[in-house]
Design a protein around this ligand. Structure first.
Ligand code: CTP
Length: 398
């Protein structure tokens, strides 16, 4: 359940910080992306180099980088994560979080985070039993934070009692159980197409388009985050494969069709976001075409409309989502496409909207379901648009 999840691991100044090396290793092995944020005191207990090496990312500690005006953006990290796990959470940090104090980067990230927060306290038994710690914990739980309770046993002080950091395996199991509960698409299979297709003219030239694939990749990532088993079939793009997603690379419309056909039968959700070429060369030249004549005619023939073909084969339990990029009469054209291709949902982009469409990092869409009213969304990042599309898919699956 942790495959592809983005985990911010907050580490506080407590002797139990040494256990975060193993915890980081376990999270990474489970497929999570781990970004460590340490309080300055935590670096007394375990080196940032250890955690940076194990997580594969530089550790964040200070707000300010080098005195040249660069800073670690707490808001950005707060938005990046699927979960913030603070382990060990010291008595001092718990007190700060309970009272909204943000005098270090970790506390500021906590206040900015929109994701679920897990606190795994660790401290000596008397600190743990103290009334102020208890009060802070009950406040933090009332804010919606989840507690991963400490264990009982021998403490670093030599005393015996409550306050030991939960074992890394237990912390991992706690997170996995949470994501499992919040994975509404667990057990469902999804197929997403993305990017352009290239149709060869001769061995060195092709007809293509400017699709970046970003929208489809964001959708694949979001479906995987919701627990689906995702097959991503991508045209030629320069994007990294989203975590937890099975990717097949193709070049032409014909290859994309073949790859889609191979998995369609066993797929519950299909999202066709690829910008598939509508036409290909009737005959691809085997040798490079030399420039001789003043003009050159290329004879094109239609490619198979993959979406329409899958629509004609769709079974009642399959959900089919298509895209429409329109320049005029957008809603009418999109609704016509929805019915013609037997879709359950169509995602409409208008070429008239600034910041929408192919290349950029933002998109502005209108979602039109088979039975519902068109729903227009404001301009958002493609990640946020992917979340909106997947939320709509969830409502249609019910
Ligand atoms: N599509 C497809 N196979 C094709 C062409 C398009 O699967 N050969 C899919 C795209 O992935 C997208 C939707 O169909 O989901 C977009 O269709 P579009 O190309 O806009 O519609 P057309 O039917 O080609 O109509 P037109 O070009 O006239 O707008």
């Amino acid at each position: 359940m942790l495959q592809g999840k983005k985990i911010l691991l907050g580490v506080c100044g407590s002797i139990a910080a040494y256990k975060t090396a193993y915890l980081t290793r376990l999270l990474v092995k489970a497929g999570a992306q781990v970004q460590v944020v340490m309080t300055p005191d935590a670096t007394q207990f375990i080196t940032p180099l250890t955690l940076a090496t194990l997580s594969g990312r530089p550790v964040l500690i200070e707000y300010f980088k080098t005195g040249n005006g660069e800073w670690n953006n707490h808001v950005q990290w707060g938005l990046w994560s699927d979960a913030l796990l603070i382990a060990p959470a010291s008595a001092n940090t718990l007190a700060k979080l309970a009272n909204g104090i943000c005098d270090n980067l970790l506390c500021a990230v906590y206040l900015s985070a929109r994701c679920p927060v897990f606190l795994a306290p660790a401290m000596d038994m008397d600190m743990w039993a103290h009334g102020s710690t208890k009060l802070n914990l009950s406040k933090l739980q009332a804010f919606g934070n989840q507690m991963i309770p400490p264990g009982n046993g021998e403490l670093a002080s030599g005393l015996h009692g409550d306050g030991r950091l939960a074992e890394p395996e237990d912390i991992l199991a706690h997170l996995a159980a949470f994501f499992e509960l919040n994975a509404p698409l667990k057990g469902r299979k999804a197929l997403v197409t993305a990017g352009p297709t290239y149709e060869s003219i001769d061995p060195v030239r092709f007809i293509g388009n400017h699709s970046s694939g970003k929208m489809g990749f964001a959708i694949a990532q979001q479906l995987a985050t919701l627990g689906a088993e995702v097959n991503l079939i991508s045209g030629p793009v320069t994007l990294a494969t989203p975590n937890g997603v099975q990717r097949t690379d193709v070049t032409s419309a014909a290859e994309m069709f073949e790859a889609c056909e191979a998995v369609f039968e066993n797929t519950d959700i299909v999202v066709m976001s690829a910008a598939v070429a509508d036409y290909r060369l009737a005959k691809i030249a085997t040798e490079k075409i030399k420039k001789q004549e003043p003009s050159l005619d290329l004879h094109l023939e239609k490619t198979t409309d993959i979406l329409a073909t899958l629509g004609s084969r769709k079974k009642a339990n399959q959900l089919l989502v298509g895209f429409a990029l329109e320049t005029n009469d957008e809603i009418l054209n999109a609704i016509a496409k929805l019915h013609k291709k037997n879709l359950d949902l169509i995602v409409l982009n208008s070429m008239r909207d600034q910041g929408a469409g192919f290349a950029g990092d933002t998109n502005q869409v209108t979602l039109i379901g088979k039975d519902g009213e068109p729903q227009s969304y404001p301009l958002k990042s493609k990640t946020e648009v992917a979340k909106d599309i997947c939320q709509k898919i969830l409502t249609l699956l019910k």
